[in-house]
Design a protein around this ligand. Sequence first.
Ligand SMILES: CC(C)(COP(=O)(O)OP(=O)(O)OC[C@H]1O[C@@H](n2cnc3c(N)ncnc32)[C@H](O)[C@@H]1OP(=O)(O)O)[C@@H](O)C(=O)NCCC(=O)NCCS
Length: 169
Amino acid sequence: MMASARDAPANEASRRLIDEVAFGEDVVVHSFVNLYGCRIGSRTRIGTFVEIQRGAEVGAACKIQSHSFICDGVRIEDEVFVGHGVVFVNDRRPRATDGEGALQTESDWELLRTVVERGASIGSGATILGGVRIGAAATVGAGAVVTRDVAAGETVAGNPARPLPARVR
Ligand SMILES: CC(C)(COP(=O)(O)OP(=O)(O)OC[C@H]1O[C@@H](n2cnc3c(N)ncnc32)[C@H](O)[C@@H]1OP(=O)(O)O)[C@@H](O)C(=O)NCCC(=O)NCCS
């Protein structure tokens, strides 16, 4: 994804947690952002209060708006728009403990992988369940809960997210 990775974004901003992140050129990261163990492509903009976890990948020229959460197992390709407060999910049946009272560890659950293809757009407040593929240039409506793959170029909305009838597009 990145020819020459940097270990810092292009801008200065206060109160950012940045740990083991590979940045492309000219990445802008605003304040109150947590980024660890992830990759961020060139020219991407990351808004306030975003968290991107270890193992996640964000492509080039993306816009990640404030308050969104991008977890391990998510790969976002280039030129993707992620609205405000978008939540990705990577565990279908999460539990706090392992059945014997011990807190679960990474070995106790299966990581679901999600891909958002080039040029897709995800509306504010959407929840993207694990293991789905959102096709190139697709649009996810605000507040949608995406439970299945979205075809390239398709617009989906609602809970569960379904294609909007062609007449309204
Ligand atoms: C999904 C979306 C792209 C559809 O836009 P559109 O094609 O112009 O559709 P319309 O506004 O004409 O609405 C068509 C129908 O879909 C419904 N609809 C539109 N958006 C919806 C949504 N997010 N969830 C559920 N239903 C939705 C409308 O109520 C309407 O239903 P009706 O025909 O029964 O009245 C848009 O509404 C949307 O959610 N965009 C995301 C915006 C966003 O989050 N931006 C983030 C940064 S500000």
